[in-house]
Design a protein around this ligand. Structure first.
Ligand code: SF4
Ligand code: SF4
Length: 463
């Protein structure tokens, strides 16, 4: 049985462009740029130097911070530079540049772990951490930290197979092509989290995957398959928790606050590979699609592969693309350079032609209320839009702009073509900047007061 979440929309899923053909492995390029920040949390420090020879799967970056994940060489070759390079997030990030020797010489550490280790929950968390596994659905939150921070609080594990964004089929193909490996990976997550079972939630536009997984006796692995009616953004963490359990994550809260932990399908498959093969997180299936792409397909891509190289292997562009996105059409981020490389959470690359651009010169609100009906977070996007444009911080705060999950459902449903999601994203950035500035000012004032007090004390002693 499933529950419901408020709002949502039903976009044309466009998945038939890529969901029928098997995933093919993309030959790695001659040069890969691996940023030392491929996850949420503290960036890594390089553990190699320019001139070093590296093997595929060798650790090349790590951090002592709890919220972080090590980074591994996606190919074997030579480190030719360690320098700031453009990251997919638009900033310059310290990166290890590897010249591929084309040999894929594996690191000695790539070996299956023992049955004894796989039975021990603590050893499993260590393996997951050392393999650099993060949320591969795009969130890139370090998986080992998610497991350890949820210990004692989490009673329900959900595996996210919803893949509700249009165009994206990378997890669908993974479910079809690696069903037993996926179930074994979920079994390991169940054990690492210290719970009894997990729910693998899949939308019914992937009925072939549901049928296949059901035929593999999922109960043997502690897995229950839950088919879900399609509705966007069902795969968003809070909405999925509500659909599966009926529990509502409080504003600003984490899933563990309602006893839940959610892991992406490809994350579970990566856990399988780390444990049974010793393979760290160096590659991911990426859906390459959209109206501007000559041959849409799913490719297994090494981390740090330049976007231009990936599109070339899909026959290039049918027409000059007007927009290129990393991620889906609803929540993806616009890319401004084809030279940036993929990251661990890259599940899709989409390119669209100009004739699909639905923007208008004078977006106008006709007060129809559809955006509020579509918002799964119960927000009022039409007002948040105005508050953001007028820098009205008090009302942005009062009307909970920080709860916006940037799902795009409001923009999708708006007949006035207002850039509602963009406004929310900008408003959140403004709020964060303001809060950081206020915090810095308060800390500076406190430090100044303490220095003055200390100086006064020193003056009295000197008398
Ligand atoms: S959906 Fe668009 S036009 Fe309708 S109320 Fe919201 S902002 Fe206004
Ligand atoms: S983008 Fe934000 S405001 Fe718009 S529907 Fe999604 S959660 Fe609501």
């Amino acid at each position: 049985m499933s529950f419901h979440f408020y709002g949502g929309v039903h976009p044309d899923d466009k998945k038939s462009l890529t969901n029928q053909a098997a995933v093919t492995a993309l030959p790695p390029p001659e040069q890969l740029v691996v940023p030392m920040s491929l996850h949420i949390g503290a960036p890594c420090q390089p553990t190699v130097a320019v001139g070093d020879t590296v093997k595929m799967g060798q650790k090349i970056g790590d951090s002592g911070a709890p919220v972080s994940a090590p980074i591994h060489a996606p190919v074997s070759g030579k480190v030719i530079a360690i320098e700031p390079r453009l990251h997919a997030n638009g900033t310059m990030v310290n990166s290890v540049v590897i010249e591929n020797d084309g040999l894929d010489t594996p690191c000695e550490t790539i070996a299956p772990h023992s049955e004894e280790e796989l039975r021990d929950p603590e050893a499993l968390v260590k393996i997951i951490r050392e393999a650099g596994i993060v949320g591969m659905g795009g969130a890139t939150f370090p998986t080992a930290f998610k497991i350890t921070s949820g210990k004692g609080k989490v009673d329900t594990v959900i595996i996210n197979g919803a893949e509700c964004e249009p165009y994206i089929t990378s997890d669908h193909r993974t479910m079809l092509e690696h069903p037993e490996e996926l179930l074994k990976g979920i079994e390991l997550i169940i054990r690492a989290c210290g719970v009894e079972k997990a729910t693998l939630a899949i939308e019914t536009n992937k009925q072939d995957a549901i049928d296949l997984l059901q035929s593999k006796d999922p109960a043997k692995y502690g897995v229950e398959i839950l088919p879900l009616r399609c509705r966007y953004p069902q795969g968003a963490e809070k909405q999925l928790i509500q659909t599966v359990t009926g529990r509502e994550v409080p504003p600003g809260g984490l899933p563990a606050a309602v006893g839940c932990a959610v892991f992406n399908t490809f994350t579970a498959y990566s856990v399988y590979r780390a444990c049974y093969e010793g393979m760290p997180a160096i590659e991911r299936v990426v859906t390459v699609s959209g109206s501007a792409v000559q041959e849409p397909k799913n490719l297994l891509v090494r981390v740090g592969t330049p976007l231009g190289y990936i599109f070339e292997h899909c026959g290039g562009f049918r027409k000059d693309p007007d927009k290129i996105l990393m991620g889906g059409p609803m929540m993806g981020n616009a890319m401004h350079s084809l030279n940036v490389g993929t990251i661990k959470g890259t599940n899709a690359l989409l390119a669209f032609c100009e004739d699909e651009d639905k923007t208008v010169k004078n977006p106008t609100c006709i007060r129809c209320g559809r955006c509020a009906e579509a918002c799964p977070m119960h927000l009022l996007p039409m007002y948040l839009y105005l508050f953001e444009r007028h820098d009205d911080y008090a009302n942005m705060d009062k009307y909970h702009i920080m709860d916006c999950i940037e799902c795009g459902a409001c923009t999708y449903s708006c007949p006035g073509r207002l850039h509602l999601t963009h406004s929310c994203r900008t408003g959140k950035a403004k709020m964060t900047a303001k809060r950081n500035a206020e915090k810095a000012a308060a800390e500076a004032a406190k430090a100044k007061a303490e220095a003055e007090k200390a100086a006064q004390g020193a003056g009295k002693e000197g008398k």
